[in-house]
Write a new protein. Sequence first.
Lengths: 225, 225
Amino acid sequence: MTPFADAEKAGLYRAIFERRDMRRFRSEPIADEILTRILKAAHHAPSVGFMQPWDFILIRDPAIRKQVHEAFRQANEEAVQLFQGERQKLYAALKLEGILETPLNICVTCDRERFGPVVLGRTCQPDMDLFSTVCAVQNLWLAARAEGIGVGWVSIIHADQLSAILHLPQRVVPVAYLCLGHVDDFPLEPELQTAGWLPRLPLEDVLRFDTWDGKNPGNLSIGKK
Amino acid sequence: MTPFADAEKAGLYRAIFERRDMRRFRSEPIADEILTRILKAAHHAPSVGFMQPWDFILIRDPAIRKQVHEAFRQANEEAVQLFQGERQKLYAALKLEGILETPLNICVTCDRERFGPVVLGRTCQPDMDLFSTVCAVQNLWLAARAEGIGVGWVSIIHADQLSAILHLPQRVVPVAYLCLGHVDDFPLEPELQTAGWLPRLPLEDVLRFDTWDGKNPGNLSIGKK
């Protein structure tokens, strides 16, 4: 077992800390060999019972993307009404997708019956297949960052509309709709942090000990730096 | 924007390809500074509306772990009955957790009301907060691999039992129950692959074009190598 060299560790941590949810893209295409590396990384995600429930729909057709964009527009019009006052103004000013600007959208789906019906490890937590698919999305996102490719996750779309546009069979669920493309720059911090939407929580505030209300045994320096 | 050096990219890909779901652990504790780096990586996951819905419950208390182990044992007894014949024998022979052998278990939870009630990006996909929490789990898993620490995800436990044992408030959901520890070695391929449970799918088989039933435009070499 060869330990990771410092530069290898640094590369992983750099991808994790410098990954951003992107909304602004350049229009030039992503080279096939880069895209292959990114997709291979996604495909090597963990999956419950090794069921590998994901598919990656690579969407370039502008006609399909226009339909998805229209579905986003409708869902976002509903969403903006849920916020009030200053918060609503701030929301309305945020750019939340790049569906039409990017050369490539990817819908990551979950086939809920792959290798089924009974899946090892999913017998009492039926959503483990969705979670496996999300792990694939996170792998894809990190690999894209290392390749200098921006990724934005568009969650403001109704799943049933997306399923209809992409002709998904009943058993297949759209988990993530992603925009991918080259970008001018990755911001230093998340856009929602910069825009004053929410602050990053201190790590200490999300650590708990033994139970939800348990006390830090006191001899631990975890999360202090 | 500084591109990733080759060694940095290689480090990320190595973590992705060499990450394993581990069930066999050594008993020595994980150093605080290593654990802090792993948790910091998890905390820098993407989250819908930057809500950072996760908490990390670090469970060392053997009494708590014994209760969790008993919950696993019961759920696994139910699970084994769902398989038949040779498949059942193979299932029963698999080691599926290391709850008591590891020095540390971590329950990663999702607070469904954090910064709520209305969360940007979650207005029409309410499970986006669970998905954000899963992204944190995947970050944790990759960082642990780079630090030489094994992680195993135990999904064969009923969520309500886990919530009771860990005193989770109603609004908080347990997303992942993880075992962490030093290991002798990381296997070259997933244990379920080696055991003949399921094969790894070729990447090409999980790629689709424009829609679910769309054809490869033909000029793409994606996934061919």
